[in-house]
Design a protein around this ligand. Structure first.
Ligand SMILES: O=C(O)CCC(=O)C(=O)O
Length: 255
């Protein structure tokens, strides 16, 4: 099913997120994850991958691409399942805002503090919060290895002020404390291949990875064409035509 079901649409509106189980098949996960581990661990060893610290000094590896090319990463970002899903939820013509891999290595990956993605995107010149992300879990994502956590329904608050601390852009603590009283705190545990689709204003965070397992997530964010940044502040996020490819094309793409 390329587009969201009625209940997924409703969950997105009311809760600000939903999980589509088995978004990628087991063989697709194996192919994509195998390639990602080989390439990105080599890039990391060569010092070519960003290391995002947390306040305890743990580091999450972060790879971000400025454009979606013809390699496996670019092809999955342009996969029609990702695009049709996002288009249906945003209700307008869209483009790929960014795609990235967040890599929590065993016993090493750090925490992400509570934030809304739109807090970053607003600073980058996007006026409207009609933006979303699809987080594809490449490993089993559990409480122990730092799965995503959300405040269910918190996207309804709109954008909250954020502050820059420890290299992260985090939500104002006073407002967070109030939000935590009103919205259910959910640990979104997922199996490899599951996808979490979530609104740009949904408050989310994740703990450090204190387990022996990997917790890698591939995250694609989409924006409406009309909401492209009005100023250029970054090398990613700017409008570029989205060249959609048939489902699963990344399987035969170059590494
Ligand atoms: O990978 C994670 O645990 C969190 C990533 C995240 O929140 C983000 O990229 O905005």
């Amino acid at each position: 099913m390329l587009i969201p079901t009625k209940s997924e649409m409703r969950a997105y509106e009311v809760d600000g997120y939903f999980v589509r189980e088995g978004f990628l098949s087991p063989s697709e996960v194996e192919d994509f994850r195998g390639n990602a581990r080989r390439k990105l661990e080599a890039e990391s060893a060569a010092g070519e991958v960003m290391e995002k610290g947390d306040k305890s000094g743990n580091k999450t590896l972060l790879k971000m691409w400025n454009t979606a090319g013809d390699d496996k990463f670019g092809m999955l970002a342009r996969d029609e399942r990702m695009v049709r899903m996002s288009e249906a939820l945003l209700g307008e013509d869209i483009y790929l805002y960014s795609h990235k891999m967040t890599m929590k290595q065993p016993r090493e990956g750090g925490a992400w503090e509570w934030h809304q993605d739109f807090a970053y995107w607003y600073n980058n010149g996007c006026l409207s919060p009609d933006m979303l992300s699809i987080f594809i879990s490449l490993d089993a994502s559990t409480k122990a290895n730092g799965c995503l956590q959300v405040l269910k329904g918190s996207h309804a608050l709109g954008r909250i002020d954020h502050v820059r601390e420890d290299g992260q852009t985090n939500v104002n603590m006073e407002y967070l404390a109030e939000a935590e009283k009103r919205f259910e705190h959910v640990y979104v545990e997922m199996a490899p291949g599951d996808a979490l689709v979530f609104h740009g204003n949904l408050l989310h965070r994740s703990d450090a990875n204190n387990s022996d397992s990997y917790r890698w997530g591939y995250i694609c964010s989409y924006n409406t064409v009309a909401n492209a940044p009005f100023k250029r502040t970054r090398d990613y996020g700017n409008y570029e035509e989205l060249r959609t490819v048939p489902a699963g094309s990344f399987m035969s793409a170059a590494e």
